[in-house]
Design a binder for this molecule. Structure first.
Ligand code: FES
Ligand code: FES
Length: 162
């Protein structure tokens, strides 16, 4: 079947999708968007987090046909060129992860970046408890999470200044 949806602001379609295919597979293997990572494929780790109609979901748990006609934003979309084609550069959350040293192997990073971008859009100044709760579904195998929390605070500060 053909699935038509908006991905990172562009109308896209994927062909030959089977009804049980995950949105994660479709994004990575059919639409050439490998930023969304497959680490567990069981909804346990959050590495595959994308925004579906503005809400964070595990793309490995969403059947691609469920995204028909809906709006999907992946980690690539946070830094996508503007409608005028101009490069927007990195999203402040992406830059903060780099600057705070919150990236080690990087496998969890795309999911965390999408989750943090969503958190700071909803709650511009989250408490530490709110941040930890928001990140509870995103597992990192490398860091002790302190650098990740530093990145959230750095992004919060920078976004508050812009
Ligand atoms: S790959 Fe989807 S939650 Fe781990
Ligand atoms: S940086 Fe390696 S899993 Fe998080």
């Amino acid at each position: 079947m053909r699935v038509t949806f908006v991905v990172n602001g562009e109308q896209r379609h994927a062909d030959d999708v089977w009804p049980g295919e995950s949105l994660l597979f479709t994004l990575r293997e059919r639409l050439g968007l490998p930023g969304t990572k497959n680490a567990c494929e069981q909804g346990e780790c959050g590495s595959c987090t994308v925004l579906l109609d503005g809400l964070p979901v595990c793309a490995c748990l969403v059947a691609a046909p469920q995204a028909m006609g809906r709006d999907v934003v992946t980690v690539e979309g946070l830094a996508a060129p503007g409608t005028d084609g101009a490069d927007k550069g990195l999203d402040p959350v992406q830059q903060a992860f780099i600057d705070a040293g919150a990236v080690q192997c990087g496998f969890c990073t795309p999911g965390l970046v999408v989750t943090v971008a969503d958190l700071l859009r909803r709650v511009p100044h989250p408490s530490e408890a709110q941040t930890r709760e928001a990140l509870a579904g995103n597992l990192c195998r490398c860091t002790g999470y302190e650098k990740i929390l530093d990145a959230v605070r750095l992004a919060e500060t920078r976004m508050g200044q812009s």
